[in-house]
Structure formats: C-alpha cells, structure tokens
Design a protein around this ligand. Structure first.
Ligand code: SF4
Length: 444
C-alpha cells in the first residue's frame, strides 16, 4: 500500500538538512509520494525506515532492460501520464520482426540494412533498437538458425517469440549471456516460461486480453520468482489498444497497482500503412517496446523523430555545444555569423549556409538552448553574451576581417554590440535563416 507524503515524512530524519536538494524533509516526502524522486537522494534514512519506505520508493512501473553485446534497451520507470507534467524517461524501443521460416539468407538480407540505418536529426544519430525473431516453424533448430542469421548481421538486443517452452529454450541457449525479452507467457505456458526466465535472468512478456488476466498472470509469475516483466495487452483495434494501454498506465501510476506496474509491448501489425499508424499510437501511448514487421527508411524515420520529440524533456531544450562552427571550410576573410545554441535554430542556420555552398564561421552562443527571439526576450542573448562568446572562442584569431552578422530579429542589439566590440564591424542579417545565402552573396 502506497504511503502518503505525511506518512513518509514521519519516517524521514526531519532535520531539514537539504542534502537531498529540497529545502525541507516534508518537501522531499511529498515528491517521494508522487514518485518524482528516488529515496536514495536522502543519504540519512535509517535502515529500518528504508525497509518501511521500500514500497513507496519502488518505481510504479518497473524498469526492464534488454541487453546484448554492449547494447541496452530500457523501458519503464515512468512517473507521469503526460509528457508536459514532467518528462518521459525511456524511449520506446523499436524492433523489426523476422520469422524463422524466411530462411537465413533472407533474414540476413532484411536485418543488415535495418541494423545499419542511422539518421542524423538535430545533431543526434537515431537508429532502430533491435530485432524480434519469431518461431513460425515451431522447430527449435530452425529457430536457432534464424537467431544465428540475425546475429551475423546485428549485435542489437533481441526479442524471442514463441509460446512453446522447448523452442524458447533453444532460442535462449543460442543467446547465452544476453538478456533478450522472452515472448511470451500466457495462461497455458506461464510456469514453464517463468522457469526459463529465471534460469536465463531474462525479462518475460506476459500476454493477456484483459486487465484481470494480465494482473492474475503477473502475480503468479512474480510468485515463481520472476520480477522483470513486460505486458502485452492484446487488442484487435487501435481504440481498444489505446484504452488498455491508458488504463494500465493509469492504474500503475495513480493507484500504484503493482500487478500492472510493468512496461508495455505492442505489435504494430502486418499492413505497411496501418503499421505506421499503430506504431505512432503505441509510441505516444505508452509502449516501452514496439515490434514492426517492415523496415522502410521513410516510415522508420518519422517514427524515430516522433519518438525523439515525445521523449525529450520539455523543460530542457535540445542544445548544441556553444563554440565556433566552420561551415564549408571557411577562410579568414569569410564572415562570422551569430546564433544561439537551440538545436533547431543552429541547424536551420547551418543547413542554409551549408546547402548554399557558402563558407562562413558560425558563432554559437550559450543561450540556455533557447531560440533567438525567446532568448533575447529572456535576457539570455544580448550584446554582452555575444561579446563574451567572441572572446571566449577566440574567433578574432581565425578571421582577417572583424565583421560579425547579427540575426535580423535582434537588430536592436547592434548598437550595444558595437560598444562591446569596438574593433568589429557589426552587420544586421536577415530575420529568417532561409534568406541568409542571398544576404551573404549580396551584402558581404
Ligand atoms: S536529505 Fe533527508 S534529512 Fe536532509 S532534508 Fe532531505 S529528506 Fe530531510
């Protein structure tokens, strides 16, 4: 039973020492009750109190990790229903499914390009996370051969799919030393699957069509000693899937209902168009793992970008490192342009200059990850900061013409910047990045 903030407070040292980062023990207790901090943030809790607080300190959705060859995919430990309340922590793992009746060569040919796929999005390399291998043949030897074929083309984590414990045992043997997801346990096979999960220290997916069925199974499996589980609420329509996923998340977070406090897995279906729609819904609400049947760069790209945006902390904008960026091998006589370190701003500017084939020096100032106008309005992008960046990154040592271009949106800063940098010529550039190449050709 979850403890209230006041009950937790009574178990804390009540010294208000602030070592946890909160001004009072009561403030910390309230956050702990809301599952927004870890008990370990308070170094002064007695062992006795720790034992009593364990229930409240445990994450409402268990963290489950798939591991293979230095790769890890984590799901769980989420604390909020909606991203804007705080943040979502562990990005949905995206897996591509192959079947053992495809044959090893065909499997390799499908896995290799999916494994190699990477796309750069605002400075981050986005990739798929792993592969699901399904035993369609129900033959242990064929299952092992399919797993070997996947392993010859990818070292990423694997989801093993079979309801037959003998087939699953063969698959787990082939991945000895890894931590694949075992899919899965149902009402008929759960005892044998739980035994395999225990022997191989591997997480176990639990399959059920209703919340009661899932909760009943997780309690039995936990009783058999398996803690790491993933839930597959089976639904036949998008609406039913959304409802089940939302109910499970709500019960886990709001009611602290432990039997459903596990990450979810979703299968996006066989139709290439419907698959993208189902995967989109599952990423948004609330799958920890999504299994796709097809790999197509054009659809995977949109899923990866969607995932990135949903799992970005809304309180921490995506940033690039402040500094001087050289675009198209600039020479000393080429212009210096200024912008902020908000990733999207940086890439908008850099891509326009790079795409036009024009050389230039791009000075990126630390504006706490805000865009130009927002940073200016917040006092994070002013003449003083720009001048400080000019000095900090020694841009004067790289150029022969001391000429700096301000974004047009902050033309108002030009006078102050001239005062801050008296030996520099300050020019006001266009408001929009798209107009920079024309400005550079005509005015510089
Ligand atoms: S570190 Fe512990 S004792 Fe200190 S204020 Fe935080 S909760 Fe209280």
């Amino acid at each position: 039973m979850a403890l209230t903030g006041i009950q937790i407070y009574k178990l804390l040292p009540q010294t208000n020492c602030k070592d946890c980062g909160f001004p009072t023990c009561l403030a910390f207790a309230m956050k702990l009750a809301a599952k927004q901090v870890e008990l370990s943030s308070c170094p002064h809790v007695s062992e006795e109190a720790q034992a009593q607080l364990a229930e409240s300190a445990a994450p409402p959705i268990r963290l489950v990790t798939l591991k293979a060859n230095g790769h890890e995919v984590k799901a769980g430990n989420e604390t909020v229903m909606f991203r804007h309340e705080k943040t979502f922590y562990h990005k949905t793992g995206l897996f591509v499914r192959v079947r053992d009746d495809e044959g090893p060569d065909a499997i390799k040919a499908r896995v290799a390009p999916a494994d190699a796929y990477a796309v750069n999005y605002v400075g981050m390399d986005l990739t798929l996370d792993g592969f699901a291998v399904e035993s369609a043949s129900n033959d242990p030897a064929q299952f092992e051969a399919a797993i070997a074929a996947v392993r010859s083309a990818s070292q990423r984590p694997i989801i093993l799919i079979s309801r037959d414990p003998a087939v699953m045992a063969a698959g787990l043997k082939a991945l000895d030393g890894e931590s694949p997801l075992i899919y899965g346990a149902d009402a008929a096979n759960w005892e044998a699957m739980a035994a395999l999960a225990g022997q191989h220290s591997a997480p176990l997916a639990v399959i059920g069509a209703t919340l009661d069925e899932l909760a009943d199974l997780t309690q039995k499996i936990q009783g058999a000693g398996v803690e790491d589980m993933v839930l597959h609420p089976v639904a036949t329509t998008l609406g039913a899937s959304l409802a089940l996923n939302t109910q499970i998340r709500r019960l886990a977070l709001k009611k602290n209902f432990r039997p459903l406090g596990y990450p979810l897995i979703a299968f996006a279906g066989n139709d290439p168009v419907g698959e993208t729609i189902a995967a989109t819904q599952a990423i948004a609400k609330y799958a920890g793992f999504v299994v796709l049947d097809h790999f197509a760069p054009e659809t995977v790209y949109s899923l990866l970008v969607l995932r990135e945006n949903i799992y970005t902390d809304p309180q921490k904008p995506i940033q690039v490192q402040p500094g001087v960026y050289e675009i198209n091998n600039p020479k000393p006589e080429d212009p210096v342009m200024v912008t902020t370190n908000f990733s999207i701003t940086y890439f908008s500017v850099a891509n326009e200059i790079e795409g036009a084939g024009l050389p230039g020096w791009l000075l990126v100032t630390d504006a706490e990850g805000m865009s130009v106008l927002t940073a200016w309005a917040a006092g994070k992008f002013d003449a003083e900061r720009i001048a400080k960046a000019v000095k900090q990154f020694s841009i004067a040592d790289k150029v022969s013409k001391k000429r700096i271009v301000l974004p047009g949106h902050v033309a108002v800063l030009s006078g102050e910047l001239e005062e801050e940098l008296p030996d520099w010529e300050v020019r006001v550039g266009p408001r929009e990045a798209v107009d920079l190449p024309a400005f550079m050709k005509q005015a510089l």
